[in-house]
Design a protein around this ligand. Structure first.
Ligand code: NAD
Ligand code: MG
Length: 404
C-alpha cells in the first residue's frame, strides 16, 4: 500500500485543517457532514466548486473557510458579489490555479480530492506534491496518472488514503498484514440498476433510469459508470495502483446488497471482509481520523435484521465496459487515459441524450482502438493525451453515432 507516514500530519489532539476539492458534490457534502460532527477536531480551510455557487456560498457561511475557489471563471464575480454587506468574506480564487492553491495552502493538513473526473488531476497532484494527507475519492485522477500521483505521494511523504468505499475497505482489511500473505483482493460490485434487465432492453435505457442507483446516492457521472460497470473497471485499475497488484490478483464479485464493501483473501484460507451500511460517511470518517476512529453518523449493521447476502461472478457480456477496462490495463501506457477520457465524453453525451446507453462502450472501444497508446509520464503529456481523446471522441460521436 502506498500510504506513507509523514511528520506533517497533526497530532491526534490537534485540529486538522481540511481543504475540500469538490465541496458541493456528493462526496464533498458528506465530508462536511462528518466534519460538522467533530468541530473540535477539524477546521475547514478551503472549499472549491465548479458551478454550484449557491451551495458553495451556503457552505462558506456555515464553515467560514479562509479560501473559496470557483473553478468556473465565468461565475467568480457573481460568487464574490454574494458576500456584499457580509462581515465575513473568504479569499476568492478561480480556475485551475485556484484549485491547486486550495490543495497546497501551507496551513492545510488534509485535502479531500472529490472533484469528478480528469478535471481533478492537477489539484490532486498538487496536494500530493505539497505533502498533504490526500483523501482520494477522485479515482479518475489516479487511473489516468499512471505512476505520477503515487510517486508524487511517495516522494513528498504524503499519505494517500482511499475514499472509494471498496478501496477504503481493502485498506482496512489489509491492516496489520504482511504483503506476502495476501493472495488476492476481492472488490465487490452492486451491479447497478441493470443487473437483471433483459439484454434487449439496454438500448432503450434513459439517463433517469441510469442515474437511479439502487444502494448509493452519488453524482450523475459515477452513477452512470455504476450502471455500465465502468466504475468497477476504473476501480480495478485504481486497486492495482494503490495496492501494487496485477489485474489477475484482483477479483470482482457481484454483491447486490452493497453491505460487504470488499475483501482480502489470505494464503491461509482466510477472507477478511469490511461490512457497513452503504454510506460514504463511513470511509470518509475512517480516512479523516486514521489511524484513529471517529463517529461517522452511521451505526454499525444490525446483523440479525440483515437479509441474505448474495455473491456471483460478473457477466462481461452484459457489462462490456468491464472488459474494456481489463483491455486498457493489459495494453498499458496511455490506454487508461484514453479509457477514462472517452468514457467521460461518452457518459456526458449519454446524459444529454445524444447517444444510447449501449453506445457508451462502443465509443470507448473506438477510442482505444484508434488513439496511439504511448507511455506518458508527465502531467502535461497526460493532459494532452486526455485532450486528444476528448477531441477524437466528440468528433466520432458527432459523425458516427449521434442519431439524426
Ligand atoms: P459530484 O458530481 O456529485 O460532484 C463533483 C464535484 O466536483 C462538485 O463539487 C463539482 O463542483 C466539482 N467539479 C465538477 N467538475 C469540475 C471541474 N471541471 N473543475 C472543478 N471542479 C469540478 O461527484 P461525486 O459523486 O461527489 O464524485 C466525486 C468523485 O468521487 C468522483 O471521482 C467519483 O468517482 C468519486 N466517488 C464518489 C462516490 C460517491 O458516493 N459519490 C463514491 C466513490 C467515489
Ligand atoms: Mg466505489
Amino acid at each position: 500500500m502506498v500510504e506513507v507516514q509523514t511528520s506533517s500530519s497533526p497530532a491526534p489532539s490537534d485540529v486538522a485543517h481540511v481543504s475540500i476539492l469538490g465541496a458541493t458534490g456528493s462526496v464533498g457534502v458528506n465530508t462536511l457532514d462528518v466534519i460538522e460532527r467533530h468541530e473540535a477536531k477539524f477546521s475547514v480551510t478551503a472549499l472549491t466548486a465548479n458551478n454550484n455557487i449557491d451551495l458553495l456560498f451556503d457552505q462558506c457561511l456555515k464553515f467560514h473557510p479562509e479560501v473559496a475557489v470557483v473553478a468556473n471563471e465565468d461565475l467568480v464575480d457573481q460568487f464574490s458579489a454574494k458576500f456584499n454587506g457580509s462581515s465575513y468574506k473568504p479569499d476568492i480564487h478561480s480556475g485551475n490555479q485556484g484549485l491547486e492553491l486550495a490543495a497546497s495552502l501551507s496551513e492545510v493538513d488534509f485535502v479531500m480530492a472529490a472533484i469528478v473526473g480528469a478535471a481533478g488531476l492537477p489539484a490532486t497532484l498538487a496536494a500530493a506534491r505539497a505533502g498533504k494527507r490526500t483523501l482520494l475519492a477522485n479515482k479518475e485522477a489516479l487511473v489516468m496518472s499512471g505512476s505520477l500521483l503515487i510517486n508524487a505521494a511517495r516522494s513528498h511523504a504524503a499519505e494517500l488514503l482511499p475514499i472509494d468505499s471498496e478501496h477504503n475497505a481493502v485498506f482496512q482489511c489489509l491492516s496489520g498484514s504482511n504483503e506476502c500473505d495476501v493472495e488476492r483482493i476481492i472488490l465487490t460490485a452492486s451491479g447497478g440498476p441493470f443487473l437483471k434487465l433483459p439484454l434487449d432492453e439496454f438500448a432503450a435505457v434513459t439517463p433517469e433510469q441510469a442515474v437511479a442507483h439502487p444502494n448509493w446516492e452519488m453524482g450523475k457521472k459515477i452513477s452512470v459508470d455504476s450502471a455500465t460497470m465502468m466504475n468497477k473497471g476504473l476501480e480495478i485499475i485504481e486497486a492495482c495502483m494503490l495496492f501494487e497488484k496485477n489485474a489477475d490478483e484482483i477479483e470482482v464479485v457481484i454483491h447486490p446488497q452493497s453491505i460487504i464493501h470488499s475483501l482480502v483473501a489470505y494464503v491461509d484460507g482466510s477472507l477478511i471482509a469490511h461490512l457497513a451500511y452503504p454510506d460514504m460517511r463511513v470511509p470518509i470518517a475512517h480516512a479523516l481520523a486514521w489511524p484513529q476512529r471517529i463517529q461517522s453518523g452511521i451505526g454499525t449493521i444490525d446483523l440479525a435484521k440483515l437479509g441474505p447476502l448474495e455473491f456471483h461472478a460478473p457477466d462481461r457480456n452484459r457489462f462490456p465496459c468491464l472488459q474494456l477496462a481489463y483491455q486498457a490495463l493489459e495494453a498499458g501506457g496511455s490506454a487508461a487515459i484514453i479509457l477514462n477520457a472517452a468514457n467521460e465524453v461518452a457518459v456526458a453525451s449519454f446524459l444529454h441524450s445524444e447517444i444510447r446507453f449501449t453506445e457508451i462502450p462502443q465509443v470507448i472501444d473506438q477510442a482505444l482502438q484508434h488513439i496511439a497508446h504511448e507511455n506518458v509520464l508527465e502531467l502535461e503529456t497526460i493532459l494532452a493525451k486526455d485532450q486528444e481523446t476528448r477531441t477524437y471522441t466528440r468528433a466520432y460521436i458527432e459523425q458516427s453515432v449521434r442519431p439524426s
